[in-house]
Design a protein around this ligand. Structure first.
Ligand code: GLP
Length: 252
């Protein structure tokens, strides 16, 4: 497989999770200020303090009426009112409190009976919106972005994927105790993510130190899907000092 030339993401190592969230909220607010803003949004614990800051800004007058947003992914077979639902998460944490009307944001429909039709509809909707301007990303401990698990092709588009046992275990906390966790998800592909005009990846906490070092200093490989961001010409990576602990190369 041949890859596009490699780029150096803009890495910012900040002292704390709060400092990372402040900086990420600044960058997202800047993107939201554009008249045709299209934001790609992520779920997980990492973006929670960022959404808290954006809610505050919206309460203080940040305009969002023109914003459109697309979620990275959703579990299959999970209804919007289930506690694991990413639609529910985003509505609760972000879209609802900032007053974004339901026709301005989309999450892949995890209850679809035709995943091929739903994922191609989603891909078309992103294009029809003019493409994603800023894509917020977290990273799974196995290097996944969205739910693009190791081995995902760098040109993959939105599709249904099988979740690895490692991811199912890492995300078990999304589900009620004792419930069998989702085995599949719908996710934007790595190719979909790389089409965004700008990527903003946020990595915090000691549990992400190993994957961050692999992402920035290891070989660019489908075995670590997050390394794909090094193929993007405008990627910013915000990390706290704990996540940065295993970086070995000298940084300017
Ligand atoms: C899930 C999501 C990813 C997210 C990852 C990390 O698997 N599909 O988009 O980046 O979790 O989550 P956390 O931020 O909780 O570590």
């Amino acid at each position: 497989m041949s890859f596009a030339p490699e780029h150096q993401p803009q890495l910012e190592i900040l002292p704390t999770i709060d400092a990372v969230a402040d900086r990420a909220a600044d960058l997202i607010a800047q993107a939201i200020a554009a008249p045709d803003a299209v934001l790609g949004v992520a779920t997980g614990r990492t973006p929670l303090p960022i959404y808290a800051r954006l809610r505050q800004r919206a309460a203080n007058g940040m305009g969002t009426a023109h914003l459109r947003a697309f979620a990275l992914d959703e579990y299959c077979g999970v209804a919007p009112d289930h506690q694991a639902s990413y639609r529910g998460f985003l509505e609760r944490e972000f879209f609802g409190p900032i007053g974004l009307p339901a026709d301005r944001w989309q999450v892949p429909d995890g209850l679809t009976v035709d995943a091929t039709a739903e994922t191609s509809r989603y891909e078309t909707a992103i294009r029809a919106a003019g493409g994603i301007g800023l894509q917020l990303l977290g990273v799974g401990r196995n290097g996944h972005i969205g739910f693009n698990e190791p081995g995902s092709a760098f040109d993959s588009l939105t599709r249904a994927v099988d979740l690895t046992e490692d991811t199912r275990e890492a995300n078990a906390g999304d589900f009620p105790p004792g419930e069998v966790t989702a085995r599949q998800a719908l996710t934007m592909g790595i190719g979909t993510i790389l089409r965004a005009k700008r990527l903003l990846m946020v990595v915090t906490g000691p549990a992400k130190a190993r994957v961050l070092a692999a992402m920035l200093e290891g070989p660019v490989t489908a075995a670590v899907p997050a390394t794909a961001i090094r193929l993007h010409p405008d990627a910013i990576v915000l990390v706290d000092s704990e996540a940065a602990a295993q970086l070995t190369r000298a940084r300017a």
